[in-house]
Write a protein of this length. Sequence first.
Length: 604
Amino acid sequence: MKNTIAFLFAFLVTLSFNMQAQTIISVDPDTGTQCERLTVTVTGDNTNFWQTTSFVMLKQDGHEIRALVNTVLHPDTIEGEFLLSYDDPTGVYDVIVDHRLWGGVTDTGAFYLSPVVNPPFLVQTSPGIAYIGDTVTMEIIGENTHFDYDDVSNNIYFKSEMQNGFSPFSTIVMNSNRIQCQCYINQYQTPGSYGLQLHNELDGSLFLENTFTLLPDSNPSEIISVVPDEGYQGTELSIVVTGRNTVFQQGTSTMFLSMFGYSPIQPDHQTVLNDTVIQGDFTFNFSQPMGLYDVVVLENYLSVLTKTDGFRLLSGGNAPYLQSIEPANVNQGTAVKFSIKAVNAHFDPLGNSPAITLINGYEELYCHDITVIDSVTLEANFVFSYANSLGLYDLVVHAPLDGTLRLDNSVELHESTVTPAIVFVDPDSAMQGQTLNISVTGRDIVFMQGTSQLTLSQGNMTINPNSQTIVNDTVISGEFSFMTTQPQGFYNVNVDNGYAWPSVVLVDGFDLKLFDFVDEKSLVAFLTFYPNPVKEALYVKRNYNTSGDFVIRVFDVQGRLVLTETLSSGTTTKKLDVINLNKGTYLLHVSQGLSYQTEQFVIQ
């Protein structure tokens, strides 16, 4: 609300000012010189300058000079700090104070920019000669320049006649007329004459033609040997590349093989042995074309060394291919173990672990696990859900030595011909207050971790497990805790399998029984208790013919556990303090193993 009132007030104030003529009555100073830092104070009449929304600029035709910093001293007074460049045209400028809300006010021809008496220019750079591949410290000398002024940024670029060039990676301003900068001249630069371009906010854009000559590298980095320089498909090979005038470094230098610049073959592992030697461990498969490859080493982030046609990949003999997959016809909702046969393959060598997929258009199915039987035989387990597309699937096997092998239209997926169901629940009953694991067995269904969820339901009520486990494809188990407040009777056993699988239900598959001790194993009195009714303490006494530990539990009439004690072996009597329990009727439950005894007592 406060912000709204403030805005309306400001708007009304602005409106009142706009109803009067807004003018600039003074500009101080009203002249300036190129290559000068100048603070100009503008005073207005009937104006309302606002900090952060008002700004000063000088304008001559389409050329604008905007203040670097604007400071509102008073609603009628604003200061603008200008950097007047050697690139700014001399002559008469309009002075404008612009405002984002109420517009601007202009004093036409109120400022004059004079030419600088001693214009800035570049004198020289040194050294006058550099070599490709060098890191050079260049010194730039200017005259009447302003390299070290505040708020000035010196942008430096060395450009060749071919229009390519480079910029320094480090710049140190020594004084107003001297700069030192470091440049790395990489191998992509063109030998020849280079000029200097330098720009800053006061000196404008300065040029110095033919400032230095770039010569070819006198000691170029190059690859002098590749050992071995040939290899065969279907083999693993360590290749050692030796360079000259190189600086190979672990972490920044990498090597690879390339044919016509496409599909480079990367090493599985590489090691920089010293400044001039790098080793790569390669795996060549039958998917990689035979022929000559360039050997390429990225010496660092800017330097690339190439030995053209430095390596030849030869035929490894008869190429491997996929021969068959069994079974060829499968149904949705099944787990299938496939037997895959290949010819001339190398599945069994260590490190040649295959990957197997079935592909139907954009859909890719990955196997759960793979067993290598021998060099040409694989077993692969796939699970087909009800969401997988019907139709023909291509078999694709990829192994490091064999490459990518494909058998088109090799497996056809059909609709399910069975009805999934729950066939067994163990146990199929429990008592209120009990916690137990329930195991559910399905038929013609595949339970999957992350998608299958076991629950019990009665009407609108659902009981979820504390935890659950997928035992195997057809068995799921869950730990359930049954509260005494949950209704007794029969519950449906449900397994929700997500969108990809049908949900299965066993109607009335589980019985939750009332906690009333009707099904006692024995009615023999193990213990005697007294007094009844009781006020403060109930005593439980062991009978003459009993031994061992007894667990004593007290429940209220709603079946809630309110007290637990133990009558230990060797102890004859146990005192139960019931003074803090509410008055009413309670059940005393005594158990030892599978035998138990219940009695009723009253607290007065």
